[in-house]
Design a protein around this ligand. Structure first.
Ligand code: IPM
Ligand code: MG
Length: 358
C-alpha cells in the first residue's frame, strides 16, 4: 500500500525517538513492499522558536493531508514559564481539536521479560493487559471559561469541566467496540459523587452499555480506580474515562509496564485516521544523550500500521520483534537495573529492525 505519514518530532527526546519510529516504518516498507512517504514539520517549542507559534499553519495542513501522524513529544523547561502566553502544549491541543482526535487509546501491556522492571510485585503486574480509552477533545482541557480572573480579592483563575452527551457517547462506543475485540469488559471511571459532568457521564455510560449486552460493564470512582490500578490491575480490560482522569491514570498505569518509555498511544477520530505518539513527554533531562527508550514510539508505529493502515500482520511483526528483543535481555537505561548494561536509543531501534527483517 501507499501511505503519507506526517512527522512531528517536537522537542527534547522527541526527534530521537521519532527517528527510530521512522527506521521501523522503513524496515516494514521494505520487507512487506509498501510505500510510505514522509513529511516532517515543526510543532511544539521548536516551532515557537522558529515561527513564534506552536503549530504553524503549514504543520496543521501537513497533518490534515496525511493518512497518519507520528508525533514525538512537545515541551521543555525553556517554555514552561507559567506566565508565558505561548506554550508548546497549545500546539498539541490545537492539533487534537482541529483533527477531532477525540479517542485516545493507551494500551498497557506487561512484557514477560519486564515483569521485574516495575516497582510493583511481579505477581501483581504480570497479569496486566488493559487499555485506557481517554476522551481527548473535551473536559477541563477545552472547557470555557478558562483563564485568569483576577479580582478585588486578589489573583484567581478558572477552568471548566464541560461535556455534552454526544461527546461522552462517542467515546464510550469506542471503548465498548474495543472491549468486544478483547476480554469484553468496560470500566467507566468518573467522579459522579461530586461532579455534575460525571453524573451525566455515568448516565450516558449506562445507556451505551445497554447497546452492548455482551460486554460486562462497571462504573467506578476515579479515586478508587487509582487505588485498584495498584492493587489488582489484572482485573481491568478497557477503562473509559474523561480527559484529565485519563491523563493522570495513564501515567500511573505506565508504571505497571515498568517504564513510561514502554507505552504507545493512538489518538483517533471517526474512521481510520489517527495520530500516534508515545505517552511519555519530552524528557529534557536526558535529551540529546541518545539514551531515551524508543520502544513506546516503535509500539505506536505498530498501532499506526494496524489501525490506520489495516496492516495487522505488519503490526504484529513489530510487536513480536519488540518482545523478542526484550526477551533476549536488551534494555535501554530506563529499564536497566542498577549496574546492568544498557543499549542506546539507536541500538534499540536497530535491534528491533533486525528482528523484523528476519
Ligand atoms: C499526554 C500529555 C499531554 C496531556 C500534555 C503534554 C499536554 O501529558 O498526552 O498525556 O496532558 O494530554
Ligand atoms: Mg499525560
Amino acid at each position: 500500500m501507499r501511505a503519507n505519514i506526517t512527522l512531528l518530532p517536537g522537542d527534547g527526546i522527541g526527534p530521537e525517538v521519532v527517528a527510530e519510529g521512522v527506521k521501523i516504518l522503513k524496515t516494514v516498507e521494505e520487507k512487506f513492499n509498501h510505500t510510505f512517504a514522509f513529511t516532517e514539520v515543526l510543532a511544539g517549542g521548536i516551532a515557537i522558536k522558529k515561527n513564534g507559534t506552536p503549530l504553524p499553519d503549514e504543520s496543521l495542513a501537513a497533518c490534515q493531508q496525511a493518512d497518519a501522524i507520528l508525533l514525538g513529544a512537545v515541551g521543555g523547561p525553556q517554555w514552561s514559564d507559567p506566565k508565558a502566553n505561548v506554550r508548546p502544549e497549545q500546539g498539541l491541543m490545537k492539533l487534537r481539536k482541529e483533527l477531532d482526535l477525540f479517542a485516545n487509546i493507551r494500551p498497557v501491556r506487561v512484557y514477560p521479560a519486564l515483569a521485574n522492571a516495575s516497582t510493583l510485585k511481579k505477581e501483581v503486574v504480570e497479569k496486566v493487559d488493559l487499555v485506557i480509552v481517554r476522551e481527548l477533545t473535551g473536559g477541563l482541557y477545552f472547557g470555557q471559561p478558562q483563564g485568569r480572573q483576577d479580582n478585588a480579592q486578589g489573583r484567581a483563575a478558572v477552568d471548566t469541566l464541560y461535556y455534552t452527551e454526544a461527546e461522552i457517547r462517542r467515546l464510550l462506543r469506542v471503548a465498548f467496540d474495543l472491549a468486544r475485540q478483547r476480554r469484553k469488559k468496560v470500566t467507566s471511571v468518573d467522579k459522579a459523587n461530586i461532579l455534575a459532568s460525571s453524573r451525566l457521564w455515568r448516565e450516558v455510560a449506562h445507556e451505551v452499555s445497554a447497546e452492548y449486552p455482551d460486554v460486562e460493564y462497571e462504573d467506578i470512582l476515579v479515586d478508587a480506580c487509582s487505588m485498584y490500578l495498584i492493587r489488582t490491575p489484572g482485573k481491568f480490560d478497557v477503562i473509559a474515562t474523561e480527559n484529565i482522569f485519563g491523563d493522570i491514570l495513564s501515567d500511573e498505569a505506565s508504571m505497571l509496564a515498568g517504564s513510561m518509555g514502554m507505552l504507545p498511544s493512538a489518538s483517533l477520530t471517526e474512521g481510520r485516521f489517527g495520530l500516534y505518539e508515545p505517552i511519555h513527554g519530552s524528557a529534557p533531562d536526558i535529551a540529546g544523550q541518545g539514551i531515551a527508550n524508543p520502544l513506546a514510539t516503535i509500539l505506536s508505529v505498530a498501532m499506526m500500521l494496524g489501525i490506520s493502515f489495516g496492516l495487522s500482520a505488519e503490526a504484529e511483526a513489530v510487536e513480536k520483534a519488540v518482545e523478542t528483543v526484550l526477551a533476549a535481555g536488551y534494555r535501554t537505561a530506563d529499564l536497566a537495573k542498577p549496574g546492568e548494561a544498557s543499549v542506546s536509543t539507536a541500538a534499540m531501534g536497530d535491534l528491533v529492525a533486525d528482528h523484523i527483517k528476519r
